[in-house]
Design a binder for this molecule. Structure first.
Ligand code: PLP
Length: 212
């Protein structure tokens, strides 16, 4: 089941990903390690998790399999240390204070932590993320960070105008030629996101089934 689903998603990606720039992240929140193992056995390496505690358990259970872990959920300050110590990527950095803490807490013995700024691309009061107008100021501070590296941007667009929002994200990335990553596209808008330049797509439901 999970293997078939992964295969179908890969076909959907390959149909559009002419430049082979898209990496699939399997979003495994609320799913047991045994489900992730099925995906691993089918060749999946990148996993996305939203909730720290359950993520840490799975990271431990599935260690020594060369997996790449992405933190994609809301970040409270008191969680930054364990995120910095256990993940390869963080997509949901939405304020400078969090970036600073991740930098201070990332062990120097590890590779730099890859960071994306979450952008509230539709200016929705209910969603987290920096506003487009705040991006440039925040980015200037990354010069001071030795243990994390800013790679690009992530968004969760409003479904009513996802295409326009993805276009805006692509325009933002273009303005920062030293960055290379756009994390956008979920089960419902995967194709639109790829057509508009996504480099990471984050797929949960269409791989692991509905979450209860
Ligand atoms: C849950 C989640 C996903 C996956 O969503 P699906 O609709 O299940 O594919 C992607 N990104 C984020 C930030 C999520 O929280």
């Amino acid at each position: 089941m999970i293997q078939d689903n992964l295969k179908k998603i890969q076909e959907r990606i390959h149909a559009l990903d002419k430049n082979q720039q898209v990496t699939l992240i399997a979003v495994s929140k609320t799913k047991p390690a045994s489900d992730l193992q099925q995906a691993i056995d089918a060749g999946q390496h990148h996993f996305g998790e939203n909730y720290l505690q359950e993520a840490l358990e799975k990271i431990d259970t599935l260690k020594n399999q060369n997996l790449i872990w992405h933190f994609i959920g809301p970040i409270q300050s008191n969680k930054t240390k364990q995120i910095a110590q256990n993940f390869d990527w963080v997509h949901s950095v939405d304020r400078l204070k969090i970036a600073k803490r991740l930098n201070d807490q990332r062990p120097e013995s590890m590779d730099k932590l890859n960071v994306l700024l979450q952008v509230n691309i539709d200016n929705e009061p209910t969603k987290s993320g920096v506003l487009e107008s705040e991006i440039d100021e925040i980015i200037t501070h990354f010069e001071n960070f030795q243990n994390i590296v800013l790679r690009g941007f992530m968004c969760i667009p409003n479904q009513d105008n996802a295409e326009r929002s993805f276009q805006k994200m692509a325009e933002i990335l273009k303005k920062h030629p030293n960055l290379d990553t756009l994390s956008m596209g979920m089960s419902s808008d995967l194709e639109l996101a790829i057509e508009n330049g996504a480099t990471f797509v984050r797929i949960g439901t269409d791989i692991f089934g509905k979450r209860v």
